[in-house]
Design a protein around this ligand. Structure first.
Ligand SMILES: CC(C)(COP(=O)(O)OP(=O)(O)OC[C@H]1O[C@@H](n2cnc3c(N)ncnc32)[C@H](O)[C@@H]1OP(=O)(O)O)[C@@H](O)C(=O)NCCC(=O)NCCS
Length: 191
């Protein structure tokens, strides 16, 4: 099967994946994949799984200056494998943001999100000009901890009752990486 045309949409390009912005026309594919991924996502994550909710979510990611949203897409068929968002972006002396992410079930467990995260890091530490990315993760979420550990994040600490998720305040491990730690991470394209 020929590779999909990524040239005009990719913010960063890897061997098997590329990352691009959310688009309004992704609503149907994104929400169908989110509905099919409930067992994988819960109780950690509750992405929009209906088109109305997706429209508001994608609109915020595109418009808010303190967020950046990335869809991780397969270079094989263009299908959305998952998403990685940078929330709470702060500039000034911090130049950091907080990650939120999820794989879609059909693409999970294949290394695609690991590659996608490297591409997002290249974009964040390159064109976005950030210095630090953090990920707050519940201690029993081994899949998420494995993802950031593989990407070179370090465990900085532990925050009791840190985030309100699934009806309660949850303890979180605090993982982070700086541009210096990521070294010369680059992507084939970045814009
Ligand atoms: C966290 C999450 C995004 C990770 O997605 P993923 O698809 O497992 O991540 P990867 O793309 O890195 O795949 C890793 C797996 O693929 C395997 N793999 C296969 N080929 C691989 C390759 N070429 N490179 C790397 N890993 C590869 C790894 O061994 C690993 O398997 P394991 O989990 O059994 O150890 C996913 O588990 C998820 O959506 N979880 C629910 C939502 C969530 O927790 N969000 C974060 C809240 S803090």
């Amino acid at each position: 099967m020929p590779e999909t045309n990524t040239a005009t949409t990719a913010l960063a390009l890897g061997e098997r994946t590329f990352v691009r912005h959310f688009r309004p026309e992704d609503a149907e594919e994104f929400t169908a994949s989110a509905r099919a991924s409930r067992d994988l996502h819960r109780p950690w994550l509750f992405p929009p799984d209906q088109p109305d909710a997706y429209a508001a979510y994608a609109d915020r990611l595109l418009r808010d200056r303190d967020r950046a949203g990335y869809l991780v897409c397969s270079r094989f068929d263009g299908r959305i494998a998952g998403f990685i968002n940078i929330n709470n972006i702060v500039h000034g002396a911090l130049r950091g943001g907080a990650l939120g992410y999820g794989a879609f079930a059909h693409a999970a467990g294949q290394g695609l999100m690991s590659e996608g995260l490297r591409l997002v890091m290249a974009h964040a530490f390159g064109p976005l000009g950030l210095h630090r990315l953090e990920a707050s993760i519940q201690p029993t979420n081994t899949g998420s901890i494995g993802l950031v550990r593989r990407a070179g994040f370090r465990l900085e600490g532990f925050s009791p009752d840190f985030l309100f998720i699934d009806g309660a305040w949850r303890d979180h491990e605090r993982w982070a990486i700086t541009s210096d730690m990521a070294g010369g991470i680059t992507a084939a394209t970045a814009g």
